[in-house]
Unconditional design. Structure first.
Length: 175
């Protein structure tokens, strides 16, 4: 599988925000969002076996692993990687844009699917019938107050969270 980078940091978004996490960023994405902050992940990376990825995850020594991209489900090996990590006792968050089927994903209490539903400003808007927990995480630099006021005014049942990693490290890569 082609891996862009593997690193240890704090989860900066979603329900696991603030948790020490090992990030496995896969190469490739089928979308081209205008505000993408990991554009480098579309092409950069090196071939690694699932076992090599697992060894690196073990070295970084966290209980939580985030499989991200680009779009990780573009690579067929991603499902096998997730299954192996779950078998080893890791808690997995899969970050996906929702354009690939989730049917083959293992069903586990130790797994979260974080689907980034594209808003119109992305230029990649898609229709998603959604009945789940919704978290608005505006791209770094967007006024959180404006988003919060919109949520309250429209009476949307959702949470508003910042991108914690952008608050701490700005646009610095891999921290």
């Amino acid at each position: 599988m082609k891996i862009c980078e593997i690193f240890r940091s704090l989860q900066g978004e979603g329900v696991m925000i603030g948790t020490p996490t090992t990030f496995v960023r896969l190469t490739g994405c089928n979308l081209d969002c205008t505000w993408c902050d990991t554009r480098y992940a579309r092409k950069e990376g090196n071939e690694m076996t699932i076992e090599e990825v697992i060894e690196k995850v073990k070295e970084l020594d966290t209980k939580f692993v985030c499989i991200t991209g680009g779009e990780p489900l573009m690579q067929r090996s991603t499902i096998k990687l997730i299954e192996r990590l779950l078998d080893l006792g890791y808690h997995i968050t899969l970050e996906t844009n929702g354009s690939y089927s989730l049917e083959e994903l293992p069903c586990s209490m130790n797994m979260i699917v974080s689907m980034d539903i594209k808003c119109p400003s992305s230029g990649m808007v898609k229709e998603h019938p959604v009945e789940c927990n919704v978290i608005f995480t505006p791209v770094g630099g967007i006024d959180l107050e404006e988003v919060a006021e919109f949520i309250l005014k429209k009476k949307i049942n959702a949470r508003v969270l910042p991108q914690l990693h952008k608050i701490i490290w700005g646009d610095e890569r891999c921290r």
